[in-house]
Structure formats: C-alpha cells, structure tokens
Design a protein around this ligand. Structure first.
Ligand code: UDP
Ligand code: MG
Length: 313
C-alpha cells in the first residue's frame, strides 16, 4: 500500500470542486487495492465560497485536508504549500477544473511504481478550445525560452504530475520566491516519463489566467531560468559601434573626395530615437532582473496560512 497525496490548488472554484471531488473519489475507489489517498486542497485566497465547500467536504471525508491562505498568493505558491505539507510517498499535483483528467492517475501510478521513473508528467498535445492568439504566443514562448535557457521547458507540459517523495523534497528545497514550476520541475532533474493527452476544456467556473497575466508569467519564467537577455545590451552595443564606425568612414571619405557638406536633420533624429530606444529597452531588461533580485533578497515567505486542518508536525 502506497500513500498518494493529491495537491489541488483552488482559487474561486466553488463550482468546480464538487465535480472534481466526485471524479477523484471514483479514481481512488478504483485504486483501493494499491493505494490510500490524501486530498490536499489549497484555497489560494478565494473570494467566493471555496473555503466553505472545502470545510463541508472535510467534515464528510477525513481524507480531505485543506490549507487556506490569507490572500491570493498565486498557483505557484499554492503548489509549493501543498508539496511542503504533503505526507504521501507519492505526490500528485492536479488542477481542480478537470482539465487534468484524474482518470490518468492509475496509469501514472503504475508507471511510477515500476521504479524506473521518479516522476510521471503529462503534456497536452493539442490546444483545442483555446483562443488561437494564445496558442500562438505560447508556441513562441516555448521556442524562445528553450533557445536561451539551459533548463528544458517542455512545450505543452502541464503541472499535472505524480512524483516520488525524493523528487518532492528536492523541489521543496528550492525556496526561491519567483517560482516558475515548469522550470523547477525540470531543473531538479530525475527521470521523467511523459504521458500525452488531448486538451480538455474546463468543466465549471472560469480560467484565472488573462492574456496579460500569462505574459507576465512567461517573462518571469524567462528571468528565472535564463540570463541571456542581460547580454542583449552588450550585443546590440557592439553592433551599433560597428555600424557607427562604418558610417564615420563613409562620411569622412565622401567629404574628402567630394567636399559635400553632410545634410541630415531628419536622419539625425531617427538615429537618436533609435539609439535612445535601444538604451531604454536594455535598461528595462536590467530593471526586470534587478526587481526580481530585490524581491528575492527580502526573503518574504512564499505563502501565509489563515486556517487549515493539516496537523503541524
Ligand atoms: N489557481 C490558483 N491560484 C491562482 C490562479 C489559479 O490556485 O491565483 C488554480 C486554479 O484554481 C486551478 C489551477 O490553478 O485549479 C489552474 O488555473 P486555471 O484553470 O484558471 O488555469 P488554465 O487551466 O486556464 O491555465
Ligand atoms: Mg484550467
């Protein structure tokens, strides 16, 4: 008998939780012979009845544990709290909206239980039902980050995965504040088996990720897992110096040979604006890294708990 902790981050999910609970209980029943379950719901500062729904469930079913944050700390913080508080030999992370099909769990469990892998993870091979513009930017993001980062970020990888305790402990030991889990899961290493599935649409409630939130998340991911953007300034600087040098030569020779005065107020303005833009852009990149460093140095806790029914050891 293995104990599986299922970590479920929830933010304003009062509609989705009952559906999810029903499904996960079915899956647990089908695995009765092999595993016992612990459902660890993280209420990430929901403004709706999520916490009440969770408390009701906890009263009915002692496998239901909940941790309720003092405010919204984000899904990354919720996952971290779950990983830290989980007690199972195997730990799963899963979304509550049923976009991560719970019925994959038995297969993931068997693959992991063979002892060859430390983690069985899932990736979506389609993005059906998603706005095309979002898919396009997602593709661009994966292409770019994999060029500039040594850590492999798998396209379409979900946070939905089942891990061994050893891997979970490794992840928990990374205490950084700016958490980009897709990168962290890969950075810690260990053997990962990938299971592919078609995109499933959300059962109830609505997505918490607006386009801008996703854009900011992807930028944070780049800052967390690559320092290549920091070299852009040096690279552009070198190129511009080269261009300037060539231009100077041309102008000097032209003036000597033909003696024509250099006219060009408009071109001058264009050049000044261009270089000014490049400089501001590079300072912006520096600023981004500096702000992340600033936040890390504060060493603020990743999350704060308001209430929970998990025993503190
Ligand atoms: N979530 C969370 N905190 C947040 C945003 C989301 O805990 O600040 C949870 C949410 O309740 C869900 C999961 O993270 O279980 C994935 O969120 P969502 O389904 O909105 O993302 P999408 O699937 O659209 O990328
Ligand atoms: Mg979802």
């Amino acid at each position: 008998m293995k104990k599986i902790s299922v970590i479920v981050p929830c933010y304003n999910e009062q509609e989705a939780i009952p559906f999810f609970y029903e499904e996960i209980v079915k899956v647990s029943q089908s695995m009765e012979q092999e595993a016992v379950f612990e459902y660890l719901f993280i209420n990430d500062g929901s403004k709706d009845q999520t916490v009440k729904v969770l408390k009701d469930l906890a009263q009915k079913d002692e496998r239901v544990k909940y941790i309720s944050f003092s405010k919204n700390f984000g899904k990354e913080a919720a996952m971290y709290a779950g990983l830290e508080k989980s007690t199972g030999e195997y730990v799963a992370v899963i979304d509550v909206d049923l976009q991560d099909p719970p019925n994959l769990l038995p297969k993931m469990f068997h693959d992991l239980d063979c002892g060859i892998y430390d983690c069985v993870a899932t990736r979506r091979v389609s993005r059906k039902g998603e706005p095309p513009i979002r898919s396009f930017f997602a593709k661009m993001f994966y292409a770019m980050i994999n060029k500039i980062s040594k850590t492999e970020i798998v396209d379409g990888a979900r946070d939905y995965r089942l891990m061994t305790r050893q891997m979970v402990d490794a992840i928990v030991s990374l205490k950084e504040y700016n958490r980009f889990s897709k990168g962290i899961f890969s950075w810690v290493g260990f053997n990962t088996k990938w299971i592919e599935y078609q995109n499933v649409e959300r059962r109830a409630g609505e997505t918490k990720w607006s386009f801008w939130k996703l854009l900011k998340y992807s930028l944070d991911g780049i800052v967390a897992f690559s320092t290549v953007p920091l070299s852009i300034a040096s690279f552009l600087g070198l190129i511009l110096c080269l261009v300037a040098f060539i231009l100077i030569c041309i102008i000097v020779i032209k003036t000597w040979a033909f003696g024509d005065p250099v006219a060009g107020y408009p071109s001058l303005i264009c050049v000044i604006l261009f270089i000014g833009g490049v400089q501001l852009f590079c300072i912006g990149i520096l600023g981004k890294y500096l702000s992340q460093t600033y936040l890390e140095t504060k060493k603020r806790p990743i999350y704060l708990i308001k209430e929970q029914n998990v025993d503190e050891e």
